[in-house]
Design a protein. Structure first.
Length: 504
């Protein structure tokens, strides 16, 4: 199923303030000139009934709001504009109706999430097309080291960095990591202004944040908001535990810094989630500690590597927790284990629930992907696993992308079902109720033609060429006739759509 937690409503919280003298002190910036200390305010009489109630401690307000003016004055000069140009190869992606010419080849096209019509269509072969785009970045060392998003510089032949004082430099891309969407640039300059780096682990929901960037090319634009959620996982970006905010960011903010209330960078603005094409209060930033770990690898070796356990996982709901004898619906439930993977070698099995990695609790399946993805290939991790109604300890030595590629090549299927590029499994009873269907197959992984056509992990395959499917064997049967194209009926976010897949 597609994640629906992104469609969050606004929660209103009330304050219950005790009436005792001195219990609640307004900060100076909220007091009128005539305000007096709370101790001088007439005491509130307490009735016997009220006295019988348990006292409620007031929520103390912050002593002051962030000085956004000071943050911008100090950090703004270290925020840069990034202009790119090059050639995009549209791999089997047809034109998308309703988009301006060339927009789908802009490097910030993928900045939008959930916008109808943004999925690739898979109709025919498009030649390479020239593009120009703009993004943001920020200087982390005085000798010209800059962080931005990988999607900002993807396919870029020329990269130009423009400083706040209007000086421009040709930038070299030291490396980029599509897995985390982090890229490192270098310009030939000295004594540059730099940002102060913070600790995103100290952020709490409700903390104030500020974004600086160049939305739609409007340089040095500052917006502010609060932290809406932490550790958010997004479809297709399972390695990054995103910081969700309501700070207004738009295309062009990509790669720019997210500051906390003290003026330290805690994230890189990377994505928004939108159903309309405009900002809707859902912005996502890559935690700066994740970005710095990737930066260190890129500076040292020119690339970043990520650990791989070799499992597909899902969240544990209340029903599953009860059936497994678990007290709480926490952890990552293993749905499948890849052959010859780190998980297989460690003895992990489908049905195991991973609840801890190196002592760190795993509350949701996305947490496991983040922890493992930010570890290094060859690193040993200690797993706490719930199996057969009890907890056991398992140690696993992580693999990497190279091992995964070799295994994928060894497992490459020869039948047409495999060439479709879908890893499918039957729906559980609860999942069938959710999609209101007696059949259907859940897309657990997608690649090849299906991925190019826009099929996504979490989609539910309802029918192929008009024939309802309830098993993988039915899909293989249809593919056995070696069709050049197929029409897939899939359910996504509660809506059913037909997706044509060109098999060539």
């Amino acid at each position: 199923m597609k994640l629906k937690s992104l469609n969050a409503g606004l929660l209103a919280a009330g304050l219950l303030v005790a009436g005792t003298a001195g219990a609640f002190n307004l900060p100076d910036w909220l007091k009128p000139d005539s305000a007096k200390p709370c101790a001088q305010v007439a005491a509130v009489s307490v009735t016997p009934a009220a006295a019988a109630m348990a006292p409620v401690a007031p929520i103390a307000p912050q002593s002051s709001v962030p000085n956004y003016r000071a943050i911008f004055a100090q950090a703004g000069p270290a925020v840069v504009g990034v202009t790119v140009s090059g050639m995009h190869t549209a791999s089997n992606e047809g034109p998308r109706p309703g988009l301006p010419p060339g927009f789908e080849n802009d490097p910030f096209f993928q900045f939008f999430r959930g916008l109808p019509g943004m999925q690739p269509r898979g109709r025919g072969e498009n030649p390479s097309q020239p593009f120009r785009g703009q993004g943001s970045g920020f200087i982390i060392s005085g000798d010209g080291l800059i962080l931005t998003n990988a999607h900002v510089v993807r396919d870029a032949k020329d990269v130009t960095v423009k400083l706040s004082d209007r000086r421009e430099f040709t930038a070299k891309v030291l490396g980029s990591d599509p897995v985390t969407d982090v890229a490192v640039l270098r310009i030939n300059a000295k004594d540059l202004p730099t940002v102060r780096l913070g600790n995103p682990k100290q952020l709490e929901v409700g903390d104030p944040v500020m974004a600086i960037g160049a939305p739609f090319g409007f340089e040095q634009t500052a917006t502010q908001g609060i932290v809406s959620a932490k550790g958010r996982s997004l479809p297709g970006d399972s390695v990054v535990p995103f910081i969700q905010t309501d700070a207004a960011v738009n295309p062009g903010n990509s790669g720019g810094p997210l500051f906390d209330g003290s003026g330290s960078v805690v994230g890189i603005n990377a994505q928004i989630y939108s159903q309309s094409g405009g900002y809707q209060g859902l912005s996502f930033a890559i935690p700066i500690d994740v970005a710095l770990k990737v930066k260190d690898q890129i500076v040292a070796t020119g690339k970043a590597t990520h650990g791989r356990l070799g499992v597909t996982v899902q969240d544990v709901n209340q029903s599953l927790a009860e059936s497994f004898g678990m007290k709480k619906p926490d952890g990552a439930l293993i749905a499948s284990v890849a052959r010859n993977s780190a998980a297989a070698k460690a003895g992990l099995k489908p049905g195991d629930v991973i609840t801890e990695v190196n002592g760190e609790p795993i509350v949701r399946s996305g947490s496991l992907s983040s922890v493992i993805g930010m570890a290094s290939p060859g690193e040993k991790v200690k797993l706490k696993v719930w199996r057969d109604r009890s907890a056991i300890d398992i140690e696993a030595k992580l693999g990497g992308a190279e091992e995964a590629a070799k295994q994928a090549a060894a497992d490459e299927p020869t039948d047409r079902a495999g060439q479709l590029g879908l890893a499918l499994r039957p729906l559980t009873r609860e999942e069938r109720r959710e999609v209101q269907s007696e059949g259907g197959l859940l897309v657990e992984n997608v690649s090849g033609p299906a991925a190019r056509a826009g099929i996504e992990r979490g989609d539910v395959l309802i029918a192929i060429n008009g024939r309802p499917v309830t098993s993988v064997e039915q899909v293989k049967s249809v593919m056995g006739s070696k069709p050049k194209s197929v029409a897939l009926l899939v359910e996504r976010d509660g809506e059913r759509i037909f997706v044509p897949v060109n098999l060539g």
